[in-house]
Design a protein around this ligand. Structure first.
Ligand code: SF4
Length: 402
């Protein structure tokens, strides 16, 4: 932290806790209050938890920075969340690092839709954003070409088996859950939808676009105005598909993830995306989305550090960082923000045995991406610390305000 005085210590802690993972002591788990805290969730990638354990879904630091993740039983050097002198704290080798809080549970969480679906299974709650993932199955996996860092189909299959959690949502459940969530004053400022890629349709992704139109219209029926604060994290749609989506829904911002900002590594790690669409075309489509949504309203996610996966990734952190930031600048200069998550070699993904880079790599990556937004005067409001909370670089944007 002494070396990077211009980077928030909270963001450095977040990056390290995410890359090394964490576990809870029994005392810390005893502090979980099921009536107040979130302990069940539906996520696309990561873990929905296991059948019987009541585990906090995420952590919050004192400045509002979130640490999004589930404890890992296989982490080699995890942080430990403990309760000491009545406070929840992160500890490292027995030393207290920082105070943490569990995420509060919104009012709608324990309610049910008219079809009997628990509303927490329809919408998860990030700090101030409703997360609705209408389809937890990715077609790229069908031919064995899922992205190598991703565990979506393994996670959704486990949740369906153990928790009876459906992979697909219905529009009526979405409508009713959004309606209920909006009754809590000031709780939410944005709705995000995401899905595994759906390749079918006359043109690739046509059925995915139809699904988003149906679900966004259902959510939008709760608003008086046509447009409402919303985003999707979706496949790279053609201009025709984006126009259809924009005209028929209240959607205001758009994300499609380039994942690995390097063509050769994208071809290896995101084989399905490269085979069906290709790196150059995936990138071109994201940039063209700016024509529809406007500069600052389009972003693209990268799996920070995955460019160092072996045997084909970079072996030197300086080289990797240089390549990533150069490509990120090319996006930024054309109106697209690149945001990163910290790569966690997850159980259920092809890369589960890999090693992520050093903490210093993540500090430099977060600072570099945030600086690019400052340079190109982009904001990434839909992915900020209160809405998404998963990107160390957009957490740092709080310091970029002029
Ligand atoms: S496109 Fe890749 S990252 Fe996205 S859900 Fe499918 S396999 Fe996972």
């Amino acid at each position: 932290m002494d070396k990077y005085k211009d980077v928030s210590p909270f963001v450095i802690i977040k990056s390290d806790v995410t890359r090394r993972s964490f576990i809870y002591t029994d005392r810390a788990l005893g502090a979980l209050d099921k009536s107040k805290h979130q302990y069940q969730q539906r996520v696309l990638i990561g873990s929905n938890g296991d059948e019987n354990a009541a585990v906090p879904v995420s952590l919050l630091l004192r400045d509002g920075t979130s640490i999004i993740g589930m404890p890992s039983k296989t982490a080699k050097n995890p942080y430990v969340v403990d309760q000491i002198d009545g406070k929840l704290v992160l500890t490292d080798q027995g030393e207290i690092v920082e105070e943490v809080h569990y995420w509060y549970k919104p009012d709608y969480y324990d309610k049910f839709t008219s079809s009997g679906t628990p509303m927490w299974q329809v919408a998860s709650s990030r700090p101030q954003r409703l997360e609705i993932d209408p389809n937890s199955h990715c077609h790229f996996w069908n031919k064995g070409n899922g992205c190598k860092f991703c565990n979506i189909n393994a996670n959704s299959a486990q949740s369906e088996k153990e928790c009876n959690m459906s992979k697909q949502l219905t529009a009526q459940d979405v409508y009713e859950t959004v309606k209920e969530a909006l009754k809590q004053p000031g709780a939410f400022t944005n709705i995000k939808m995401s899905s595994g890629s759906i390749l079918s349709g006359a043109e690739i992704f046509d059925d995915e676009v139809d699904m988003y139109i149906e679900m966004l219209q259902a959510a939008g029926d709760n608003f008086k105005d046509k447009k409402f604060p919303s985003t999707i994290v979706a496949s790279a749609f053609s201009e025709k598909q984006l126009a259809r989506l924009y005209e028929n829904t209240g959607l205001m911002t758009y994300t499609s993830d380039i994942e690995i900002p390097n063509e050769a590594l994208f071809a290896w790690i995101c084989k399905g995306k490269h085979k069906e669409v290709g790196y150059a075309e995936w990138k071109r489509r994201i940039i063209r989305a700016v024509d529809i949504f406007g500069a600052g309203n389009v972003s693209s996610g990268i799996v920070g550090g995955c460019e160092m996966a072996q045997p084909h990734g970079f072996t030197n952190e300086d080289d990797a960082l240089k390549a990533v930031l150069e490509e990120a600048e090319d996006f930024a200069s054309q109106g697209v923000s690149i945001v990163h998550c910290v790569w966690v070699p997850m159980h259920g993904s092809a890369f589960h045995n890999q090693q992520n880079p050093s903490l210093e790599y993540y500090v430099r990556l977060a600072k570099g991406l945030s600086d690019l937004r400052k340079k190109y005067r982009l904001n990434v409001d839909m992915d900020n610390y209160r809405k998404c909370g998963n990107h160390p670089d957009s957490d740092l944007d709080r310091g970029n305000l002029e």
